[in-house]
Design a protein around this ligand. Structure first.
Ligand code: G6P
Length: 369
């Protein structure tokens, strides 16, 4: 065990720090910066059908469902393809309207989640093209799909998913760029910029990890907070959900992720000085709206922890605590903003004496229905 942890106290920390390498492995051989192209060998045979799809349905569970939500924003923005994201467990027990014209994309780290597998089979029975994004090579879901893309994150042992999430998002990004190029929905200069920037993401993650000490210090202050609220907009709304899930899973602190604007419709009633609010504010067209959200929280005594671009001085000046991240394209920001949230939950859980790698009641892979 100790050898496998490679000098880290927990698998989770090791896997967080492995992300620059995991992302590089995931992107390797798939991005060509010189000629601005994306190659995903696993999709070659079905590309025509995917290109002509009317709709993409993404089904997954847990953290993989969160990466699916990021996928919704990516495919709609870059490939102009309508997307629905489903909890696999809900999809399978409805009478889902899905047919040969649809494409089902299931996302699963383990490739063994029972509900995700059942959703996949339901879609196939109805004639939909079934694609998968899996980490475990040769897993049941990987074998049951018509085509797919592996994340190549390497084994993930910690129950709380970290590198599996970011590599899933990277695969979704590559798929969306590729599809956008095929469908002519993405401007070529923009595609070139995205491919170049995506290629440099592992290095930017490295920079964030170099500052892990500051997240650790911040975690000291919030170790005994009874609740947390996470707010994000657009691409970072799913990241808010994922940040809250990470904290719940390993520290047993109640946390909720919300689209920032929905705060007014409920969670704002909970805000007082005991409520840390993590604001994930990538510098995009919603920045002004995020700033008003921050002001609303502050006016009620809430404490703001901001995860934002290092040049976003307006947000940085307003927040009590900051975790600046390198600037990037908006649609790539989840690959960076997720990292400090993983670290924050990790350090808080360790401070609380929790079993980080094996949290109570949770399993790495849920193979029961
Ligand atoms: C369990 C794990 C989560 C994971 C989810 C889906 O709940 O604890 O970390 O996100 O299953 O797993 P999958 O292997 O399908 O991605």
């Amino acid at each position: 065990d100790e050898i496998e942890k490679g000098g880290y106290p927990h698998f989770m920390l090791k896997e967080i720090f492995e992300q620059p390498r995991a992302l590089a492995d995931c992107l390797r051989g798939r991005l060509n910066v010189e000629n601005s192209s994306v190659q995903l060998g696993g999709l070659t045979d079905i590309m025509d059908r995917l290109e002509g799809a009317e709709r993409l349905i993404i089904a997954a569970c847990g953290t993989s469902w969160h990466s699916g939500l990021v996928g919704e924003y990516l495919f709609e923005h870059l490939a102009k393809l309508p997307v629905e994201v489903e909890y696999a467990s809900e999809f399978r027990y409805r009478e889902p309207l899905i047919s040969e014209d649809d494409v089902m994309l299931v996302i699963s780290q383990s490739g063994e989640t029972a509900d995700t597998l059942a959703a996949l089979r339901t879609a196939r029975e109805r004639g939909a093209l079934a694609l998968g994004i899996c980490n475990v090579v040769g897993s049941t879901i990987a074998r049951d799909t018509d085509a797919g893309v592996y994340t190549h994150a390497g084994p993930e042992i910690g129950v709380a998913s970290t590198k599996a999430f970011t590599t899933q998002v990277a695969v979704l990004t590559m798929m969306a760029i590729l599809l956008g190029q095929k469908r002519n929905t993405i401007d070529s200069a923009y595609a070139a910029r995205l491919i170049r920037e995506l290629n440099g993401i592992p290095e930017k993650i490295e920079k964030i990890l170099d500052h892990s000490e500051s997240v650790k210090n911040m975690a000291e202050l919030f170790t005994y907070a009874p609740n947390f609220l996470y707010l994000g907009r657009t691409y970072n709304f799913p990241v808010a959900l994922e940040g809250a899930l990470k904290l719940k899973e390993i520290s047993y602190i109640h946390a909720e992720g919300y689209p920032a604007a929905e705060m007014k419709h409920g969670p704002i009633a909970l805000i007082d000085k005991m409520m840390p609010v993590v604001v994930i504010a990538a510098t995009d067209h919603t920045n002004d709206k995020m700033i008003s959200n921050i002001e609303e929280v502050k006016a009620r005594g809430g404490r703001i922890i901001a995860i934002t671009g290092e040049e976003n001085s307006e947000v940085i000046d307003l927040a009590e605590f900051n975790c600046p991240i390198p600037e990037t394209e908006d649609c790539l920001s989840p690959l960076l903003t997720a990292i400090p949230l993983q670290l924050l939950s990790y350090y808080i859980a360790v401070n609380r004496g929790c079993d980080v790698d094996q949290p109570r009641n949770l399993a790495k892979s849920v193979t029961v229905e």
